[in-house]
Design a protein around this ligand. Structure first.
Ligand code: LLP
Length: 422
């Protein structure tokens, strides 16, 4: 469920017309709904009611400070994968004790920063990382709480670029080797083993791979405890999918996912952490764009927008589907016609949809990409020297620009010409 609906014939974010936002901020622009963020966080949190838990929002999905502040104030923890993300969490007022640090390539500098700020735990992804973390932490006279991310070799049945739990993926320690790495962790100075971590992929629309992975983890915890490790925490990662095609997709609900967690690992008496990103942010955001031209091609029509692959890369990168709707509601009975929806960037990959049935929208009119809150603005770039896309947050009948569109002067001012070229 989200809070983007037609009212009086115009698509609104909560109580604000997207046409009004477009008139004030320009297009393209991302627009987020506070109420949807809040609802998704609470639904997830409630799904784990009855067991000690912390929902650590995977901020890689959408890391605007305003969004982090909103979620942090609701009690969310944060899953971060870089010092930059760690700094964002702190800047939004989330204390280190609610921040988990994931990622396969943490540098010593990042480890130091996290330890200085009282990180809740490191999700360690290799034996090599463990050795470095031990040196860094003991050099600082500190102890690093760790889980080891185990790779359970489970097929997440999602797009190959976002599956992470198979043995061929770069993530985690193969479960067959993990016991040995835990033994090493227990012997190393500056390391305290607190739990086990697993994350098998993103946009999972079936619970079975989760069930397989969590059951493997539950068995593994038994072995670790028999080996003498005090396992008290389980980080079960993120990955629950969302409906991108509203008309015909119904992925499992957080409630069912929560029930599955209780069924598979509830008996272990561990505190559970989850790291949802997409489920919290995805349907909390839309990307609004204007039609520049409706171009007649050879046997096809192109809708050329002022948004491009640099603003929303998911269709080009993962062949992802986003529902596209006109901001002005079509009259009942309006016929939809197939169009190729594209951006102005100079490559054919800059295509959002091919042969998409859309009601007639012409030059100057507005469209919205739905489900664009996750992995939208965060993956945007300035490719083709297009200005970074702005972000707007709505709450009730108010809206605020939470990241402005830079000016061309600001963009150019970041580059410098070396003296020898002057
Ligand atoms: N935890 C870890 C360790 C992760 O690597 C990820 C996502 C998450 C949690 C959050 O997963 P989620 O709940 O959002 O599925 N850019 C891609 C998705 C990349 C996901 C990377 N890792 C996309 O646009 O589909």
């Amino acid at each position: 469920m989200d809070h983007f609906n037609y009212r009086d014939g115009v698509l609104h974010a909560e109580d604000v017309s997207l046409a009004d936002i477009a008139a004030s901020v320009g297009t393209p622009a991302y627009v987020y709904s506070s109420a949807t963020f809040e609802r998704h966080f609470k639904v997830f949190d409630e799904a784990l009611d009855g067991m000690p838990h912390l929902v650590c929002y995977a901020m890689k999905a959408c890391s605007n400070l305003a969004v982090l502040k909103l979620l942090g104030d609701l009690g969310a923890g944060m899953d971060v994968v870089s010092e930059g993300e760690f700094r964002r969490a702190l800047a939004a007022g989330v204390p280190g004790e609610r921040i988990v640090f994931s990622g396969v390539g943490k540098t010593p500098a990042e480890m130091r920063f996290a330890l200085e700020h009282g990180v809740r735990q490191f999700n360690v992804e290799s034996a090599e990382e463990l050795e470095v973390l031990s040196q860094v932490a003991s050099g600082m006279g500190k102890t690093a709480p760790i889980t080891l991310r185990v790779n359970p070799d489970v097929d997440a049945k999602t797009h190959a670029k976002i599956a992470t739990g198979k043995s061929e993926n770069k993530f985690g320690v193969p479960i067959a080797d993990a016991r040995q790495v835990y033994a090493r962790a227990a012997a190393l100075p500056g390391i305290e083993v607190v739990g086990v971590d697993v994350h098998i992929g993103s946009q999972l629309v079936d619970l079975q791979p989760f069930e397989d992975a969590f059951s493997i983890v539950a068995d593994f915890v038994g072995q670790l405890r028999a080996d003498g490790h005090a396992i008290r925490r389980l980080d079960l990662g993120g990955g629950l999918g969302i409906p991108y095609r509203r008309a015909n997709e119904a992925p499992p609900l957080p409630f069912d996912y929560g029930a599955l967690i209780k069924r598979t690992v509830g008996h272990l008496g561990c505190e559970v952490e989850v790291e949802p990103g997409r489920l919290i942010a995805g349907n909390a955001g839309v990307l609004i764009a204007s039609v520049i031209y409706r171009k007649q091609g050879a046997g096809r029509e192109f809708l050329i927008l002022d948004a491009a692959m640099n603003d929303l890369i998911r269709p080009a990168m993962y062949d992802a589907w986003h529902d596209i709707v006109p901001v002005i509601e079509p009259a009942p009975g309006t016929e939809s016609l197939p169009v190729d929806v594209v951006g102005p960037v100079c490559e054919s990959g800059d295509t959002f949809a091919k042969g998409r049935a859309l009601p007639p929208v012409g030059a100057g009119e507005l469209v919205a990409f739905r489900s664009a809150g996750a992995y939208g603005a965060v993956m945007s770039s300035e490719y083709n020297s297009r200005l970074m896309v702005p972000e707007v947050l709505v709450k009730g009948d108010q809206f605020a620009v939470v990241r402005p569109r830079p000016t061309f002067d600001e963009m150019l001012a970041r580059d410098t010409i070396p003296q020898w070229l002057d």
